[in-house]
Design a protein around this ligand. Sequence first.
Ligand SMILES: Cc1ncc(COP(=O)(O)O)c(C=O)c1O
Length: 447
Amino acid sequence: MTNTRVAWAAAKTNDLSALWMPFTANRSFKQAPRLFARAEGTHFFTDDGRRVLDGTSGLWCVTAGHCRPRIVEAIRRQAGELDFAGTFQMGHTKAFECASRLVNIAPPGFDHVFFTNSGSEAVDTALKIALAYHRAKGNGAKTRLIGRERGYHGSNLGGTAVGGIAANRKMFGALVAGVDHLRHTHDLTRNAYSRGEPEYGAELADDLERLVALHDASTIAAVIVEPVACSAGVLIPPRGYLQRLAAICARHDILLIFDEVITAFGRLGAPFAAEYFAIEPDIITTAKGITNGAVPMGAVFVRSKIYDAFMSGPESAIELSHGYTYSGHPLACAAAIATLDTLQAEGLLTRAAELAPYWQDAVHSLAGLPHVIDVRNIGLIGAVELDPVPDNPGKRAHARFVEAFRRGILVRATGDVIALAPPLIIAEREIDELIDVLSGVLKSVAD
Ligand SMILES: Cc1ncc(COP(=O)(O)O)c(C=O)c1O
């Protein structure tokens, strides 16, 4: 390169304007950027060399900690061996191996896996499978999809439509027809400062009966919920709620989709939230922790009754006209297999259960600090809710997130909730550090 060219390239590299950042206040970020350069274990390192304790597993995805050697090596090896092979009418061994490994740790009965590249794609895939399943069974009128207020199911069109976060929906018009929403379960009047599942609110599941009465069960294909609604501020299901919802779904032949993009792979202390809550959904969507965040991947787990419903008709016919170029990408499969190896070898699929009592006490020590109106926890997830600034929702939590980053911890602000979900390898002394620093932030940021 000539000197001029080098200078131009450097200038371009430092120009933040080219990237339109997702779910970000672009203008304010670019005035005071927060940039990471590398990561290891439970820490990020910023571009100016500061250590930042990762209190959010990246974006709820790096469950086994950053840059784990087994996963890094598997990706490297795979990239040099088979960089790409499609899975449309072709295949490669890693995709089949990966699917087999995944169904081995899935709840009993989930014998089949469909690969995607993200949680959003997993959700839209699950919704399409639900619609096509009923049609295959001769119930083509079952086309309605039910989500829940304050649910988050990714940012594709189907997921946005069944999602229940107003800010994510309002820019995009009518979205998808035939969608309705259950009431959310967040109730601070009755359940503030709950430890684990809140006591009150199982009856909110009966809201599904209201929608059945309104639309008739013969028109409803599926209900999709997150077992723990994380992105809208960590809303933990009231005790008995999910059981009641599952029973109503079963009664009306409505498929129950558990969106476990965050909760799968050990976040609650069991491999899947379905097992943690002892619920038997029909479809489970996953992503994030499936590859420890190292390569984009999602997976939809289905029961045999669903897979088998498609396996009729001429054997040469494509049974489900759906998929992505990168479904089952070799690098993603290699990363997922190495992630499973790591999670299993280190007992991480259940470690959150061991840490949960310590974590619970640590998180609840934040009660009583300025502006805190609730503290809640489940598994290795915690949340601190702040009273919102009138007419400026989210401002208070964002200011604390920025200050926390300055002091060396990464937390996540969603609305007026500060969410915590550290890597499952976190040590007790690191939990202390995370909570101490956050406590200092909550005490010192004015307003
Ligand atoms: C429950 C749930 N579903 C879907 C998604 C979307 O996943 P992705 O961002 O990988 O598309 C998320 C992301 O946070 C999620 O939490």
